[in-house]
Design a protein around this ligand. Structure first.
Ligand code: TRP
Length: 359
């Protein structure tokens, strides 16, 4: 896997890394999430001796999603998905952001030394302002909450709380990691060097899957292939996946006509699951003429080979939220062993501490 470290720190690579990343629970995981984030993250963690912190960023979720049922269901489905796909909660500190109250406390403290001007430059906020400015008679801050404006500060608290050295993120999040460095630097300089400057890690080869309609696979386009299916459906999740794959748009070429694999979403998704020999073989089949139905069936079989073993565990966890909750509480306990200490140091550094010892 080729990764770029977005940093100017040399020390970052040297000793043991502390990897941390957050997943915002505002949707049900789809194949694009699996290939782009879940599978690579689990693989890289299981095969290293680095410290790892993975969490459900539910306080970030409520910035863009106002539907309590979606936040709740998505938290459950994402936790079950990561665990079913092989995340070992003994090995990785796996928790829910809202179970660690020290994080929002730290966010407040950091916001008090973070320049407002820095937040004015955040892409997400600027895009919302630009959209308002493009309209007539609309206030530039129309519909923009303090949550959206301060989003990068909460994210900085997530990261700085645990002194993470490496933060795997999508390209769109690099600016936020840079802001976390900036926020850490300001605090360290003003008070005491308490916070490690984090580095964004971006996977340059991260495959962006194409969705059912030919656009990038994304929840917001409604063109995704579900990873495990909707849990409230009568149809088995395997059948749901099969049905979605059969719906991938293709051109109207006849079965025996030679087809261009590189212009096909079916082939592109196949590549994310198959071995090099299987990929070469499929390329030949496209050239010599394979029917779209057969190509889609081969794609389904390939994906299903990999996913089927996880399905039973996913369904078990979804049916047994108590087990999920216990796992998340265990993670929160582990996380809070760090966060209590770090918050205590931070408060002392800014002058907030008990006036005297009692007893
Ligand atoms: N903002 C991130 C996203 O949308 C999610 C996130 C929240 C996160 N806190 C984080 C990622 C801390 C890395 C580190 O993808």
């Amino acid at each position: 896997m080729s990764q770029t470290l977005h940093t100017n720190e040399q020390a970052a690579n040297a000793s043991k890394q502390r990897i941390l990343t957050g997943i915002t629970p505002t949707g049900i995981p789809h194949l694009g999430n699996y290939v782009g984030a879940i599978r690579p993250a689990i693989e890289s963690i299981q095969n290293s001796d680095h410290d790892a912190f993975f969490f459900l960023a539910d306080y970030h979720g409520i910035i863009k999603c106002y539907d309590p049922a979606i936040i709740h269901e998505s938290t459950k489905a994402i936790a079950a998905t990561w665990l079913a796909c092989g995340l070992d909660p003994e090995r990785v500190t796996f928790y829910r952001q809202s179970d660690v109250p020290e994080i929002p406390e730290l966010a407040w403290i950091l916001s008090c030394s973070c320049a407002k001007g820095l937040m004015n430059r955040a892409h997400a906020y600027k895009a919302a302002v630009d959209a308002n400015m493009a309209k007539e008679d609309v206030d530039t801050d129309f519909g923009i909450t303090m949550g959206l404006f301060g989003y990068p500060v909460l994210m900085a608290a997530d990261i700085l709380m645990f002194n993470a050295t490496h933060v795997p993120v999508g390209r769109d999040q690099i600016q936020h990691i840079e802001m976390a460095r900036d926020i850490a630097g300001t605090f360290n300089h003003k008070y005491k060097p308490l916070f490690t400057l984090p580095n964004a890690v971006v996977d340059d080869e991260m495959p962006l899957l194409t969705g059912l309609d030919g656009r990038k696979m994304s929840k917001s386009y409604g063109n995704t292939i579900p990873l495990f299916g909707e849990s409230n459906s009568q149809v088995s999740s395997e059948k749901q996946m099969h049905k979605a794959i059969m719906k991938i748009v293709t051109n109207s070429q006849l079965p025996e006509e030679p087809k261009d694999p590189d212009a096909s979403a079916v082939f592109e998704i196949y590549k994310a699951f198959a071995s090099p020999t299987e990929i070469a073989d499929m390329r030949t089949q496209f050239a010599t003429g394979i029917g779209w139905g057969d190509a889609k069936q081969a794609l389904f079989d390939k994906i299903n080979d990999e996913i089927a073993p996880f399905r039973a565990r996913y369904e078990e966890l979804m049916a047994n939220p108590k087990e999920l909750e216990e796992i998340l509480q265990m993670g929160a306990d582990k996380a809070r062993r760090h966060s209590r200490k770090q918050l205590d140091k931070t408060r002392r550094a800014i002058g907030i501490r008990p006036l005297a010892k009692l007893k």
